[in-house]
Design a binder for this molecule. Sequence first.
Ligand code: HEM
Ligand SMILES: [Ca+2]
Length: 610
Amino acid sequence: QDLPEETHVLSPTMCLARMSSMNGVYTVMNNKTPIPMKTSPVTKNWDVFGTVCPTSGKLYRTADGRCNNIHRPDEGRSLEAFKRFLPPAYADGMSVPRIYHKCYGRRCVRHKLPSPRLVSLVAHPGHSVNSVNSVMLMQWGQFLDHDLTAAAIEQPLEPSPCCSHQEAKNGHSHPDIFTKERSCFPITFGNVYTEPFFSGKCMEFIRSRPFSKTIDKDNPREQVNLLTSFVDSSNVYASDKDSQDFLRAENGRLKTSTGNLLMRGRDDDCIRTNAPYCFAAGDERVHVFPGLTALHTLFVRLHNHIADRLDANNDWDSETLFQETRKIIIALMQKITYEEFLPEILDKRIRRLLRLNRGYYRYNKNINPSIYNSFATAAFRFGHSLIPDFLVIKKKEVKTRKLFNNPEFMFNSMKSVVKGILGNPAELRDRFVTKEATDHLFENEGVSFDLVAMNIQRGRDHGLPPYNDFRELCGLPRVTSFYSEALGRNGRGLRWLYYDIDDVDLFTAGMSEPNLPGASLGPTFSCIIGWQFHDLKYGDSFWFETDDPSRGFTKEQLDAIRQTSFSQLLCEQFHIGYIQPNPFRIVTAGNRRVPCRSLKRLDLHGWYKH
Ligand code: HEM
Ligand SMILES: [Ca+2]
């Protein structure tokens, strides 16, 4: 499909060229969005029609994100479809994943796309290079991702529904793949010569749940985001009212368990070999990595700590206390993300052009704050390349494979986990991903997964167009040779894997791009991620810097939030004595550890009854 004139290269500043005609950009994009967030028939069943949004008085965010935009109340809410930059690329135009090289004409030969597992082995091997960033960069990235995206997956009926099928066992495609209703899409391996690790012929993979039951050429398959898209700490407070109520304690606080840990959750949600119980949090994936569980714990502790201080200095009812505290937590999450995290990954010019820095904010009701499918399914998974091989916990190296879904260390060494995450270097952001995640992901009783293969398969499941289409969207020239500099030094591998340069999957090629100077992302992922964070700021009417008095802070309150740093919060909530001022970088001469008491505490006087 042709792209509109305006999206062609206007200047060497890649996608940002399009910023120069700022007003035009959104009209261009929205006209081209195949699912302009029209309410689909399924949404009706979810009882969201007739939402009347309150417009006066003091306003707080809803639990499910509804009513952020009072004109289009469903935008950004949980259970909404992902939005798209480009029309989806399905083999049948509506639902079947891309499995063949796209060919035209009657005589074309059907070249199969490479198995995602093979792509993982050849293009993303486990080569470790340390970065100047600490593992905290990886950790915040994942924690933040769990505030933004979680694609709903179809529920399998049996434990191994796809690979136990005879076709899949023989290494062939599962018949479900070619139908629009069924959900098996197993990752088949090559032969014994190309598969060095996994036995059998296939890795389980269940397709994401379609947004709408009616799928046809005019309504291609779309996927569901279970979370509120906004940076609104839904990973702390959940993405719907019932789950939020479940996490809340009396008197504006959040529930905890002995030792000021997260509240107890369902017993089968984690690996319990050495852990007395599993936890519950605003996002279900809380146990995936101990550093993640620790950040969840930090934010619950911080909520209760702030609520204690506000409670002692106000006479609010418990609902006001809860909402005022939640509002501060969300503001801190936004501040850390935009002012401390994004500068580590996005190039300076991009942040300036997309106005992601402090100093300017005006709500734009025309911006849809939902998550781009390509952001969730490819670009923001860049963080998988940062995953380290091990973590030092209590002076011992613990292999990453031992840490997945295992909350054991939270009960006896949380502080040591946090120190390990602050002190150990992350892996460099490149196309290489540790074997801990590509051979040993979720290893348990002889079964494990390949995270990279899942990313690529998920991209095909979601109908993500191939890499070159995104380059064009971003105003970058299409790559015409596998050996182009744009793809780093991955040309040979890609040439071997793919028949045509236009077939290359977005995740793989995006990860192959060299980083922009001073950044941890190449140009195409910077474009997708940059625009996503732009939309999450300007499309959020509750953005912490809003000057709308019914939604925002007073000047004194805003100053207090801006002066608080992530390093101070880590110190305070984990009782650490010394910390580097920039927790996203390892300790160096320019980032020496300082005493925690030298860091500014959150000043809550602006909230106290005078
Ligand atoms: C210990 C580290 C991590 C593990 C074990 C992990 C594991 C996973 C798994 C199993 C999936 C689902 C794959 C699929 O079926 O499609 C996933 C998705 C994802 N991951 Fe990670 N991940 C980790 C770290 C990160 C980091 C550091 C980031 C970002 C900086 C990140 C971003 C994402 C995103 C955006 C998704 C898509 C979520 C969705 O929309 O459903 N992950 N990850
Ligand atoms: Ca959210």
